[in-house]
Design a protein around this ligand. Sequence first.
Ligand code: PLP
Length: 395
Amino acid sequence: MKLSKRIQNVAPSATLAASQKANDLKAQGIDVISLTVGESDFDTPEYIAQAAIKTVKEHTGDRYTPVNGIPELRQAIADSYKRDADVRYDLDQVFVGTGAKNVLFTLFQVLVDPGDEVIIPVPYWVSFSEHVKMAEGKPVFVQGPYEDSYKITVEDLEKAYTDQTVALLLNSPSNPSGVVYSQEEIQAIGEWAVEKDVVIVADEIYSRLIYNGQEPVSFVRTTDDVRNQTIIVNGASKTYAMTGWRIGYALGNKEIIAAVSKYASQANGNPTGISQHAVIAAYNEETDEVEKMRQSFEQRLNKAYDLIVSIPGFKLANKPSGAFYLFPDVTEAAKMTGYDSVEDFNLALIEEAHVVTVVGSSFGISDCLRFSYAVDEATFAEGVQRIKEFIEEKR
Ligand code: PLP
């Protein structure tokens, strides 16, 4: 039996592998603290669950739907941008797919030919580079300075650009760093992309999870020319605690949206009808449960940040303002406890302190570890306490 070169070239998802590692240890009866998760720990809000129950009972979600999503859902998504940013999108500018991850995968399938380059700022979410490789493209990594939370600038892009560059992936708020670009920075990057005719894929899946007075920032709020050069990717997973429902979307340039639809018509078919009806309610009937979840993450960030920077040898240049991760540089802590690398330090944390995080190399920066604070505050505090005791013992 032979497997394709394509699949042999793909790295398995490091975040899913880390969660699995934590589950394996738990199954062995070990009391493990897992700070690996990339999802909200809240239940999906009741008003959304009720909409899904209604759909099941009334059999309105039983059948195939249009490949690009039920028009009412595409309208609800377009309306949310009209409401929030006063920007109008037509229905043929919206594609609804099976989660943002699959939407991103499909986008790279339609944008990238073999050998084409896609610029990806580091640190990056684990799937971006693999999606580009699965399209036989070449990820080109660009990293800004630690002091600026690794944010990239137009000058960095200029250096990375070649004749082969077809797209730029920008994820703000970022997984794993939590950094949020300013509206001015986004506009400048957008203008550069227009000038070079590089498509911007803007992963804004955490756009509603912003904290401590951070203004909403989005490619939707740029000028018409930049907006037309951009495909926004977003979805219900993070905002509405709906990761398992698998609804994400792409928004923007009509030609690209039509191409994504054509690909999906052969590769996927439609996303689940029941989930689509639930997400229509999520957008159109939003209650204050959604804002309460955001407030809870804000509170957890504020506590988790103070705890993380209080660990000897852990450093963070800035406090993040979005998503639900902290991505400290821990090289000093590794050194002070006698480990040659952060990978080894991380293994020891798992095996001896029984705290599981995700190692930074999977996000392109081997000096860091990614901590998710989408867990209850006591669990996070206990994880930090164990790490402190571990460091105290070893140094
Ligand atoms: N983009 C980023 C940056 C993410 O962190 C995630 C999930 O972790 C996704 C996309 C995928 O979201 P979805 O659940 O809609 O597939």
